[in-house]
Design a protein around this ligand. Structure first.
Ligand SMILES: Nc1ncnc2c1ncn2[C@@H]1O[C@H](COP(=O)(O)OP(=O)(O)OP(=O)(O)O)[C@@H](O)[C@H]1O
Ligand SMILES: [Mg+2]
Length: 309
């Protein structure tokens, strides 16, 4: 549904913002584009939303080329920019009705669509407020509503959660899940990494204009994390279990601190269960046993470190 092939963009001969970026988001998927400041997220989203013509490479949305068939692309997408502008002369409800009219919606259908996006983004109390009087978080919601007003199949959201308070972030996740359930295809960027893993079906990390890794959250985790770490807490001093641990195949480095041991472990999940059984059989009073999962934040730092080293 969203396809970028070898996308390159230079703002000037010395400023290569995108350097051969290739990615595909199948219909109905939600892809999270993760990257540090200046990595190329906004440039990618601007090309996909037809606001910027790439220096080379191709991008297609719903089969339409973003350069040669940009009008068809514009109908198919809802785009939420990184820094939404202020339309000071509009009230919230009128702004959305105006946006809907731009997409050819008229009469009852327009009213119905505006009511629906206002309800979805919880802007009901602000329908008659001036756009210039909205807080930043409310402006974000208004632009999400605007991106959705013509019910497009594809959504391109550039850091939609920046400026949202914690409660609004939770609310945003609910909205994203509703949109995914409704079958939308979504490309969403963020550097607030753990947030994307809560609703994205796949994620990719962009570094200096290249997609350095992509896949499902689990695939990305697996490919960068190396050996698993298992944390074992016992009742008493964990140093007593070091000998049992070291005799078990697959166990690498063991670090003991108080009642907790952290074990490097290579092996399938069944072997984890066998390790736990071996400890219990040896009479170890295990209080908790679990795999430490790297967060997206840690993965991002790992990949960033590979890239800069
Ligand atoms: N209008 C512009 N003119 C010149 N260079 C630009 C322009 N916009 C972006 N760049 C450069 O292109 C690169 C990628 O920028 P881009 O805005 O795509 O990054 P980003 O991943 O969205 O970053 P952020 O997280 O800060 O929003 C950066 O090096 C940036 O300085
Ligand atoms: Mg950006």
């Amino acid at each position: 549904m969203i396809e970028c092939h070898d996308l390159t963009h230079r703002y000037s001969p010395s400023e290569t913002a995108l350097d051969g970026l290739t990615l595909t988001v199948p219909k109905g998927e939600c892809f999270g584009l993760i990257g540090a400041n200046g990595a190329g997220k906004t440039t990618t989203l601007k090309i996909l939303s037809t606001l910027l013509v790439p220096s080379s490479g191709t991008a297609r949305i719903a089969g339409h080329d973003v350069v040669t068939d940009y009008l068809a692309v514009r109908k198919a997408i809802g785009y939420m920019p990184e820094a939404p502008p202020v339309f000071a002369e509009f009230k919230v409800g009128d702004f959305l009705a105006y946006a809907a009219a731009m997409y050819g919606l008229r009469g009852e259908e327009r009213t119905r669509r505006v009511d629906s996006v206002i309800a979805l983004t919880d802007l009901g109390g602000k329908r008659d407020a001036w756009c210039s009087a909205l807080s930043q978080g409310m402006r974000q919601r208004l632009f999400l509503a605007r991106a959705l007003v013509h019910d497009p199949p594809v959504l391109l959201l550039d850091e939609p959660t920046s400026g949202l308070d914690p409660a609004a972030r939770v609310e945003f996740r609910h909205i994203m899940r509703e949109l995914i359930a409704a079958g939308k295809t979504i490309l969403v960027s963020s550097h607030i990494l753990p947030e994307l893993s809560q609703f994205c079906t796949s994620v990719g990390i962009v570094e200096r204009g290249k997609l350095v890794i992509s896949g499902t959250v689990d695939e990305v985790l697996k490919s960068v994390r190396g050996p698993q770490e298992i944390e074992i807490e016992v009742s008493g001093d964990a140093s007593m279990i070091a000998a049992v641990l070291r005799s078990f195949t697959g166990v690498g480095k063991v670090q003991v601190k108080g009642a907790t041991a952290v074990v490097e472990f290579t092996g399938v999940r069944d072997r984890q269960a066998a390790l736990l059984k071996a400890l219990v059989d040896a009479g170890v009073p295990v209080v908790s046993f679990g795999e430490r999962r790297a967060t997206l934040e840690q993965i991002f730092m790992t990949v960033a470190a590979f890239e800069t080293s």
